[in-house]
Design a protein around this ligand. Sequence first.
Ligand code: 13P
Length: 247
Amino acid sequence: MRKRIVAGNWKMNMNYKEANNLFEALSKIKISNSTNVIIAPPSIYLSSFKNNNDKIFLSSQNVSNHNNGAYTGEISAEMLSSLDINYCIVGHSERRSYYSENDKLISKKIDALLNYDISPIYCCGELKLDRESQNHQQVVKSQIEEALFHLSKSQIKSVIIAYEPVWAIGTGLTASSEDAQNMHFFIRSLISEKYDSETAQSISILYGGSCKPNNAKELFSQPDIDGGLIGGAALNHKDFSDIIFSF
Ligand code: 13P
C-alpha cells in the first residue's frame, strides 16, 4: 500500500519563535500508522528543530543543483543529508516563476538529492491558461518527462510527486476532486507506460493548491490522491491537524 502523506510547505513565513512553537505543537499530534507527515520549514530552522515524533519528517524547500563550491547562498544535498533531512521540495511553481527554474535545472537538483538518498517532492502543474485551453495534460506530461524520465526504476520510486495546479495555489480556488483525480490518474498512467504498473502504483502523488480542512477529506478519498502538499493551512496548528486527520 502507498504511504499517505500530508506535507506542509511553510514557504517564507514565521520567525524562529513562531516556527518552533508550531513545530513543537505538531510534534505532539498522535498520527496514524499509515500516515507520514512532512514539514518543510525555512531551511535556516532545519538544524534546530527537535523532532521526537517518528511519524514526522523534515524537508528542505530547495537545494542547489551543484555538489559544493563557490555558490554563495546555496545549500547542497550533502549539507541536507548531514542533518538527516529526508525530503526536499523541487520544481515548486513559485521557484519556476520567480526564480526562472526550468525542468532541466530541476532534473539536476533531483539527481543531486538522489545521490544522497533524499527523496525529492517534485511539483508539477499547469497555469490557468493551460487549463482553459485544454492543454493541462500536455503541460504536466512534458514536466514529468523532462524532470523525471531520465531516472532508473529504483530512483523514481524514491520520488514523491505533487500535482499543484498553479491557478489553485494561494487563491482559494481548488481543483474539483474529479479534476484532481483525473490528473493524478493521468500522471500514474504516464509512469506505468514508461516504467511499469508496479512502479506507478508505488509512487505517492499528492495534491496541492488551496487544500483546506473543508476539502481535504473529499480530495484524499480519491483512489489516486495519496495526500496533500499544504501551503497556507499548514501555518495553522488546527487546520493542519484537521487535514492530517482527513484520511
Ligand atoms: P496553498 O495551500 O496556500 O494554496 O499552497 C499550496 C502550495 O503551494 C504548497 O506547496
